[in-house]
Design a protein around this ligand. Structure first.
Ligand code: GLV
Length: 309
């Protein structure tokens, strides 16, 4: 029984190769190659056209090709009984940490500023910031967030996390629930957003929450574009309340060429590359979930569709 891949990813060859390597007995095909849709029970998906899975009458489970599952959960046509699983991978978590560290160090040591001066042949010293002098706050302190916070803490940063619920005990200061959000934001100089996008978190970074951050703070968004109210971020940057933003995710991707973020002097843009899943690293867990699906066993890394992550 084949695995079908339904995705907007242009080159699926590395995925097909990695899955076949993890289990040579399984056929891996793309949506256009499927001859008998009733033979498919397990799919792998990323940014697919919503409604497409209605064509698969015996589909039981869909694995996201990444950590995020909002692209599947938002599919209004997806039958209730179809289970959704996500990828959890230490390599992916660490890539997120390395991205975070890079953009934080860029801010602290003013690398973009000096690069611009180099372009203009300007020799001008400007005082930098030190790791010990900034407080990092991360919203969405789950598996990946906790990894990032622990590594930042080990690098000398003062860190804290915020999550919807108290959760397990963690080695850093953790705030939780809407009641503690203001205190968390009041004590954050660089805010990292790593939340899942749900009805509750949509637009969570708006004028009122951004105002809770101290003057001259900075935002790093590597959750989803929908977390930020774009016009209100621009307003906060222009008023000087926020000093800058590093954005890896956007409401519309690719970011439209006429979007004001592109030319904003206080915005640093990367094209959704904080972490890219490594097919070789994640193929074994996908194959494991394929077998569990076929055998009607409990799946790994399941998503609560009601909760949204
Ligand atoms: C990337 O955005 C992911 O969800 O893995």
């Amino acid at each position: 029984m084949p695995i079908v891949i339904v995705s907007d990813i242009k080159n699926l060859e590395p995925w097909i190769k990695a899955l076949k390597k993890a289990d040579p007995a399984i056929d891996v095909i793309t949506h256009n190659e499927v001859k008998d849709k009733s033979a498919i029970e397990f799919a792998l998906a990323w940014n697919y056209p919503h409604g497409i899975f209605s064509e698969y009458p015996r589909l039981k489970a869909i694995s996201s090709m990444g950590a995020g599952v909002d692209h599947i959960i938002n599919d209004k046509f997806l039958p209730e009984h179809i289970r959704i699983v996500r990828i959890t991978d230490p390599l992916l978590s660490n890539d997120m940490f390395e991205y975070t560290l890079a953009v934080i160090m860029n801010r602290l040591r003013l690398l973009t500023y000096f690069q611009e001066n180099q372009r203009l042949r300007i020799w001008k010293k400007r005082m930098y910031m030190r790791i010990s002098g900034v407080r990092i706050g991360l919203m969405g302190a789950g598996t990946i967030g906790s990894h990032i916070l622990s590594k930042l803490q080990n690098s000398g940063f003062k860190v804290s996390g915020w999550a919807r619920t108290r959760g397990n005990k963690v080695p850093y200061k953790k705030y939780y629930g809407s009641g503690q959000m203001e205190k968390f934001l009041n004590n954050t100089d660089i805010l990292i957003c790593l939340l899942p996008l749900t009805a509750e978190t949509y637009g969570i970074l708006n004028k009122s929450t951004m105002k809770m951050l101290p003057e001259k703070s900075w935002i790093i968004n590597m959750g989803r574009g929908g977390h930020i109210v774009d016009e209100e971020l621009i307003e906060m940057l222009d008023s000087g309340h926020l000093d800058g933003a590093s954005l890896d995710v956007f409401r519309e991707e690719p970011l439209p060429v006429d979007h004001p973020f592109w030319s904003h002097p206080k915005i640093f843009i990367t094209p959704h590359i904080a972490s890219l899943p490594d097919p070789g690293s994640v193929a074994p867990q996908i194959i494991e979930n394929y077998h569990r699906t076929i055998e009607n066993r409990p799946l790994l890394n399941t998503v609560d569709r009601q909760r949204g992550y």
